[in-house]
Design a protein around this ligand. Structure first.
Ligand code: XMP
Length: 524
């Protein structure tokens, strides 16, 4: 994007915290555009973005550790407001001449979870929000702490475990919080970040999803130029929104490919064809790849091996299709933030690997198309908002998420066509009942899981020996945490009866009562 079209923005420097994206989200909620740059690329991002303020994220590392990350020193000399959060506060203190001590010193073991701080001085961050003498709940998660602040700073709030809970240098507009204002467990956190954005950095707060759409369209055009893009549709909201956004940016330079890997929900392929070809007029190639996926999955029971195979085979199919249409330079994907955070380890970005999401971790190195991922920084609910902004019908925008590896990760153990067919039917009955009961929109995600366990039952005068089916339904706002949806027992009985009667191969139905954490939403 050229500088004339750049929105006023905040640069977020990422040191690898699990929750850096939540900072971006809070900034968006405050009506401002932001970009996250890893600390190694922060200087380049600063010059490109010309931000009006900077936020330094938390980190799993500790400032006293050798080799731990540092912010580019030039950021502190740019004359812009800076907010350092947790590690960000510590690294700023350290780089400006203060002292940070490691957690494992003496009695101190760190401060984790809910804490209370006391406001000791006024400060621009607290304007209209916190008064001197008040106590407020915040979320702490730190082992190390600042033991001497840098010249120019003052303490404006303290807590038992962090005498420097908030420090401020009002003249330079540098602020540091030991706690995490970006998480919901700091009830006023969003407002503190909004204060930083509006009152300290002077941003108007008039940035919206409509502006996001425009910004992304400009970025896609710049990235792609006159190149050709191939986009994998999964039938879910994310890849659909990505495709429609990209189509809006570059029109028929985009070809969508929908791989029917035999792991789709009932009638999904027909629905996608109708929507993209007929409604949006987007060039669409449908590949029938069921046989090769089933062959490759034969006997594969390890969840990571399934995910890796499906991810790899997807890319194989894409490459073949790309060749057929005369080559594509880019592969577009609807990768979202939770996919990224749960798939990448610290060296490349944040956090530990929980699952290899097929659209991220499964990409073979050899892939020779560059990625276009316009939703990479968004959370699911934000993608839905963008979808509405793009005019997608509500029935599509409101669809429950569906994972890239499809039904394969809902069939623990070996996957074959017969099991997929059983699961498809049972899942459709379950979802139909949910819609009939008017519960679909109150649930984040509901689906059935076909277990590799057979149990004995009796139907009529006959003994049966068939599969157990588990039902799952959760509420969530971003898929990162989830609660079990509390169906009443009459509803569950109705679904169980229908499934056992209507779906051959299932003779017992159970309900999964596990939240996330400790469970994940999917079973694999
Ligand atoms: P988990 O099971 O990790 O899922 O709690 C969180 C959300 O992500 C979806 N999910 C995936 N989405 N590719 C995707 O596009 C994947 O490999 C994948 N695995 C899980 C899951 O359905 C839930 O909404």
């Amino acid at each position: 994007m050229d500088s004339a079209t750049l929105p006023d923005s905040i640069l977020i420097v990422d040191f690898g915290s699990q929750v850096t994206q939540l900072i971006a989200r809070r900034v968006r909620e405050a009506g401002a555009y932001s970009e996250i740059a890893p600390f190694t690329q922060a200087e380049e991002a600063f010059h490109r973005l010309q931000p009006k303020g900077i936020i330094l994220s938390g980190s799993p590392a500790g400032v006293p550790e050798e080799g731990s990350p540092r912010a580019p020193q030039m950021l502190f000399e740019a004359g812009l407001p800076i907010l350092g959060i947790c590690y960000g506060q510590q690294v700023m203190s350290h780089q400006l001449g203060g002292r940070v001590e490691a957690g494992n010193q003496g009695e101190w073991e760190g401060e984790f979870g809910r804490a209370f701080l006391t406001v000791t001085q006024d400060c621009a961050l607290f304007d209209g929000l916190w008064q001197v003498g008040e106590r407020h709940q915040v979320w702490m998660s730190h082992g190390d702490k600042v033991t001497q602040f840098a010249p120019g700073f003052e303490i404006v709030a303290t807590s038992d475990g962090a005498p420097f809970a908030v420090i401020a240098d009002e003249e330079r507009k540098f602020y540091g919080t030991q706690f995490h204002p970006e998480v919901v467990h700091t009830p006023d956190g969003g407002k503190l970040i909004a204060n930083f954005v509006h009152r300290v950095c002077g941003l108007a707060g008039d940035w919206t999803m409509a502006a996001y759409r425009e910004t992304k369209i400009a970025q896609i055009r710049e990235q792609v130029g006159s190149g050709r893009v191939i986009c994998g549709l999964s039938g879910g909201v994310d890849s659909s929104v990505a495709a429609i956004l990209i189509h809006e940016a570059i029109g028929d330079q985009l070809t969508c490919v929908f791989v029917d890997h035999g792991l789709l929900r009932l009638n999904e392929r027909e629905q996608v064809e109708r929507m993209f070809r007929d409604h949006y007029n987007i060039p669409l190639v449908v590949v029938d790849a069921e046989a090769r996926f089933m062959a490759g999955l034969e006997g594969v029971t390890d969840p990571e091996k399934k995910r890796k195979f499906i991810g790899g085979e997807f890319i194989n199919v894409f490459e073949e299709e790309a060749r057929k249409i005369g080559g594509a330079d880019f592969l577009a994907q609807g990768t979202l933030y939770p996919d990224v955070i749960e798939s990448v380890s610290f060296t490349g970005g944040p956090s530990v690997t929980i699952k290899s999401h097929h659209n991220v971790g499964g990409l073979p190195e050899r892939m020779n198309m560059a990625l276009v991922e316009p939703l990479r920084e968004l959370f699911k609910d934000e993608v839905r908002e963008l979808g509405r902004e793009l005019g997608l019908p509500e029935i599509f925008v409101g669809r429950h998420p569906f994972p890239g590896p499809g039904l394969a990760i809902r069939i623990p153990g070996a996957v074959d066509k017969e099991r997929c067919d059983i699961l498809r039917k049972a899942d459709a009955v379950y979802l139909e009942e949910i819609r009939n009961a008017g519960l679909y929109d109150a649930i984040w995600q509901a689906f059935a899981v076909l277990l590799p366990v057979r149990t004995v039952g009796v139907m009529g005068d006959y003994r049966t020996y068939d599969h157990v089916l588990a039902l799952r339904a959760v509420t969530s706002t971003d898929g990162m945490t989830a609660d079990v949806y509390p169906f009443d027992s009459a509803f569950l009985s109705r679904v169980a009866t229908r499934i056992v009667n209507e779906v051959k191969g299932v003779n017992r139905v159970v309900y999964d009562y596990t939240s996330k954490p400790p469970g994940t939403i999917e079973w694999e």
